[in-house]
Design a protein around this ligand. Structure first.
Ligand SMILES: *Cc1c(COP(=O)(O)O)cnc(C)c1O
Length: 357
């Protein structure tokens, strides 16, 4: 039986995409071999990676003065790549709004004069600080922030106004909403939340920001290396890129990011409205900063939280346990989670409340 999987990542992929991958698995593009067996330099694979890039450019309306790079190492590797590629003056500001934001900041500190321009750690990251231009230093190379905080269930509902290129970790919200790429210097995302199986990381970077890597920047981390080699300086994560390509086509067919965003908003509203009207469940994130991708919530005590997770799993609603830093439950409802999954979860929550209040 296929379950509704609320995992924060790796997470659900569209069933249609999985079935297509299955159908093509032994013979990809008439090659007589699986995409996992073919040379990344082959004609068939060349078409796959080029089409994936073209489709992502279409979906996000990416301007021509940006590269789209398919790299490895996860979003976490970009925590290092960012300062190594971008520090010229040697200074950058970070918005510390969650666990991954803090990790990015900590990596940055190794390479330059970094400042946490704002943080919500004092309130265990339950809100997004409202920053303005004067919160940043003027002589910086970039501002880094995490658009969606996967663990704490918060989301920036605004694009910060910064005196330097904006670098945004969109690992858990890329393609869930429409963004204006031209407002950013760099957008990056690990694939395994909203795009594809783990393996590929997407980096969308304005071309001029690839020109001055620090001398110590490893060849493999230089964005220019990847750009000059069409993301094939070495063997790329072929299968993950292929799956990303199928997901991009699925999204295009659905009507793009505006269309999926409508569905995502509807899904999130079902869940938040139910939680807000219940005296049993709580979500303690500031309402205006709530994520539509990751919804953390708690029952009245830890025993009930554990019971909830166990009984939900028995009904095919799995991986609802919250992150260890937060406890309780977390429902990750990325693009691939059908609305039926959220409806079924809300029904289960109602039943559980009645039985346990
Ligand atoms: C999951 C996640 C990461 C870490 O991604 P990896 O690809 O595992 O390195 C970083 N940032 C955010 C916002 C995430 O959700």
């Amino acid at each position: 039986m296929r379950v509704y999987n609320f995992s924060a990542g790796p997470s659900m992929l569209p069933e249609e995409v999985l079935k297509q991958a299955q159908a093509e698995f032994l013979d990809c593009g008439g090659s007589g071999m699986s995409v996992t067996e073919m040379s990344h330099r082959s004609k068939v694979y060349d078409a796959i990676i080029k089409e994936a890039e073209a489709d992502l450019r279409k979906l996000m309306n990416i301007p021509d003065d940006y590269y789209v790079l398919f790299v490895q190492g996860g979003a976490s590797m970009q925590f290092e790549a960012i300062p190594l590629n971008m520090l010229v003056k040697g200074k950058a500001d970070y918005l510390v709004t969650g666990n991954f934001a803090k990790k990015a900041y900590k990596e940055g500190i190794k390479y330059g004069d970094m400042k946490a321009a704002a943080s919500s750690e004092e309130a265990t990251f339950t809100y997004i600080p409202k920053v303005t231009r004067k919160d940043f230093r003027e002589d910086i190379d970039y501002v880094h922030y995490t658009a969606n905080n996967t663990i704490f269930g918060t989301h920036f509902n605004y694009v910060p106004d910064a005196p330097a290129p904006l670098v945004s970790d969109m690992s858990s919200c890329i393609l869930s909403e429409t963004v204006d790429v031209s407002k950013f210097g760099v957008i990056y995302a690990g694939a395994q939340k909203n795009i594809a199986p783990a393996g590929v990381t997407i980096v969308i970077v304005r071309k001029d920001l690839c020109e001055n890597p620090m001398p110590i920047c490893p060849t493999m981390l230089k964005w220019s290396t990847q750009a000059e080699n069409g993301s094939m300086y070495n063997t790329p994560p072929c299968f993950s890129i292929y799956m990303a390509g199928l997901v991009f086509k699925w999204l295009l067919k659905l009507g793009g990011t505006d269309a999926i965003n409508k569905i995502n908003v509807e899904k999130a509203k079902l869940l938040y409205d139910f939680i807000d009207n219940s005296k049993f469940y709580t979500n303690n994130v500031a309402k205006e900063d709530r994520s539509i991708m990751n919804v953390p919530f708690v029952a009245p005590n830890d025993d009930l939280n554990a019971k909830f997770v166990k009984e939900a799993a028995a009904e095919g609603l799995v991986t609802l346990k919250g992150h260890r830093l937060v406890g309780g439950m977390r429902a990750s409802i990325y693009n691939a989670m059908p609305i039926e999954g959220v409806k079924k979860l809300v029904e289960f929550m109602k039943k559980f409340e009645l039985e346990n209040k």
